[in-house]
Write a protein that binds this ligand. Structure first.
Ligand code: PGA
Length: 261
């Protein structure tokens, strides 16, 4: 794992945008894995800013897959992850809805949604770079503690803590759905490059447990330790509990330019 301790959330966003654009430049038909939540928003704004300034690669052939989706929201609900990712990123980059995929939470689609999403990911050739956030309880996507490290896309029940965390996007916690569809930890591991973003002090303990603690289903993000190409971009507060923080920074500062992230 490459862990890059940075000063600020702005630096995280700039470097994350660089990583994503490098993948798209290298492979115009790239498959991007997109996370929702607050953490990636500065990165998405940076990508949109560069696109609007005419500085970005073409997104004309790019396809996107979301990590997860709420179950039980009316179609088109503004807090559905489908609507969120269109609003925050893909519409502005000119990536049409036909090139943005998410697990199907409709009542008819739900029973087979996991299998169908796995098949769609495979048919697309897999994800080139997967953007990830981390929960305060070290969940990854909506894989809460206890999720199988080999899990596939399936329906899950949110913890009360995660529903409270996400209540800020709704009128009240009672409006946050109980159920979600989420890529499994095993699904996430199949992406070719994992790009975990962590900002703010609320992520410090979870990040330290994930990258320096034991590999365990009790800490779903510890599954990153099994992946051959992980980049963690953390601001100063999210990196605050990493025991080897100074070493990670030395490694990054001494990194040969040809290596990239
Ligand atoms: P956040 O969520 O980016 O809104 O903090 C991250 C997550 O829950 O995975």
């Amino acid at each position: 794992m490459e862990i890059v301790p940075l000063e600020s959330a702005e630096q995280v966003a700039v470097l994350a945008a660089d990583v994503i654009e490098t993948v798209v430049r290298r492979r115009p038909g790239a498959v991007l894995g997109l996370a929702t939540g607050s953490t990636p928003l500065p990165t998405y704004r940076e990508l949109v800013r560069r696109h609007e300034a005419g500085l970005a690669p073409s997104y004309d052939g790019v396809r996107c897959f979301t990590l997860d989706e709420y179950v039980g929201l009316p179609a088109g609900h503004p807090e559905s992850y489908r609507a969120t990712i269109a609003r925050e990123l893909t519409d502005a980059l000119g990536i049409g809805a036909d090139r943005v995929h998410g697990p199907d939470p409709t009542p008819d689609g739900l029973p087979m949604a996991g299998e169908r999403y796995e098949a769609a990911l495979e048919a697309a050739g897999g994800v080139d770079v997967q953007v990830l956030g981390i929960g305060g309880d070290a969940h990854l996507a909506f894989n809460e503690p206890g999720s199988s490290l080999g899990s596939r896309t399936r329906m899950k029940t949110l913890t009360e803590q995660t529903r409270r965390d996400n209540a800020r996007f709704f009128d009240s916690v009672d409006d946050v759905p109980r159920h979600v569809l989420t890529q499994g930890l095993g699904t996430i591991l199949r992406a070719r490059h994992l790009l975990l973003l962590a900002t703010g002090p609320g992520k410090a303990a979870a990040l330290a447990a994930a990258v320096e603690g034991p590999l365990t289903a009790s800490c779903p993000a510890s599954v990153l330790q099994l992946h051959p190409h992980v980049t963690v971009l953390a601001d100063a507060s999210a990196a605050g509990a990493l025991a080897r923080r100074a070493h990670y920074r030395e490694v990054y500062d001494a990194k040969p330019e040809w290596q990239g992230l």
